[in-house]
Design a protein around this ligand. Sequence first.
Ligand code: HEC
Length: 499
Amino acid sequence: MRKLWIGLQFLFVVFGIISFASCSDDDELTSQSGEETIAIQGLSENSVDGKIAIPVEETPASAQISFKNQILPIIESSCARCHTGNGPGATHVLFETVADVSAYAFAVAAVVESEIMPPWPASDLSLDFLHDWSLSQQDKKAIVDWTRSGSAIDIDPSTKVIATDGINLLVDYDQELFPIGNYDGEKGQTDEYRCFIYDPELTESKYLTGYQFIPDQTEIVHHLVGYRVPKEFRSSADQKNFSDGQGGWSCFGGTGLGGGQIATLNQMITIWGPGTGAIEYQSGFGLQMNPGDFFVMQIHYHYDIEAPEDNSSFRVKWNNPGSISPVELVQYFAPAEIPCSTDEAGPLCDRNATIAARLVSYEGEGVQADTILGLCGYTADDFAHMTEGVSSSTCDQPAQFDGTIVSVLGHLHNIGTSFRMTLNPDTSKERILLDIPKWDFEWQFNYYPTEEIKIEFDDIIRLECTWDRSLRPSDLEPSYVLWADGSDDEMCFGIIMNS
Ligand code: HEC
């Protein structure tokens, strides 16, 4: 949240300027050159019909920016999806009409210039993805120039803003699942990660072909990681559920049910974040679930405000086996080994002490650091020299699937700074699948390539991650940071969904 908070503080300043501007009794300003006066409408909410002149001679290039032809299309393709109707950003800033956009013009420019909005962490080095709502440098410049030159509106301010690529909804679904047990967030922390059981009560094997997570208390539901969990884990889930008196249980890096991230079946199947709509697999494909299998949804609550008990649901669409081929999710890893820097000291800077302490906190589970080092052929010594406060790791693994890529995602925790997953690195067939140069834990998406990318068994997948210890909360005891389930631990993995 740190970045957005800075964003907010910045916006207070900006809004201060807006209200200052609209309080002035001068609704008609004359350009400093005095040569030309262009009447425009909609400077702010308070002066929708006001007229203002832009200093045309001073900014000749920007004066030509047409709201109707250049700015509105950007807002409709890159912002409206989340900032209209019940969109996830609408509780903060609503762009229902052109007048709204105009009223927020300075804020729009501020968040665009600082790259806080639109949230799209994948860089252009990645594959091309569906629903890519990121802005080109040209679009960014157009927005900033338009604002600097007075935010002129050359269209009726009451014109509705219509998303060109709205959030798609699951129109027909077979079941709407609710968590077994609700949680009202009384633990008093700003951020809570809580796992809930969502049971489809399957009596026969089925294929999940589509789904949609429906956040209930949208002001606190921040994002979600969804897992498909085999029936073997059900008794352990039932034991955890309500163990602290409320529905669900506290969890972070995984479900906390054992088997860990690397168990092939206890698998992360989806990530939901603001802007994510329904997911429907290509026709003919589905994710297999057997009788007794269930979902565990890890919901990240962020409490800026008090909210009633949350009852978010998960809508699912099934198909019977026979007509369907399975999609497979394959996880690829790299170690996360981030030693204390030379200016930190304390007992937990010792790696073994950290592992021991984590195992105690997580009841013997949820510390995968050594397994991953082993998988990638490293030892902790390979990272011992990274004592400058920043750390990096990489690992090449053989592809575990023959087929086509449906989607890719990357996952690190809070002190991650970059992520990259590459197919066949250092060969003529190299393709960077997903490149996230500025990792942002708040904005994790499944990315769906527009192009058909094939993977074969002898292909290589390379993972690369970096971390920065200065992003650790300063009140935390100095500690070696390694791959484990806690929010102050780290991870580095990518998931490729194949069909
Ligand atoms: C994927 C959904 C999404 C898209 C696309 C999006 N926003 Fe946002 N926006 C949000 C959410 C959610 C918030 C609230 C902050 C948060 O919770 O992270 C927000 C907050 C804001 C804020 C308030 C900033 C603050 O610090 O509180 C502004 C202004 C804004 N968005 C403008 C835009 C503009 C302009 C665009 C397009 C260029 C855009 N947004 C695209 C989801 C989105």
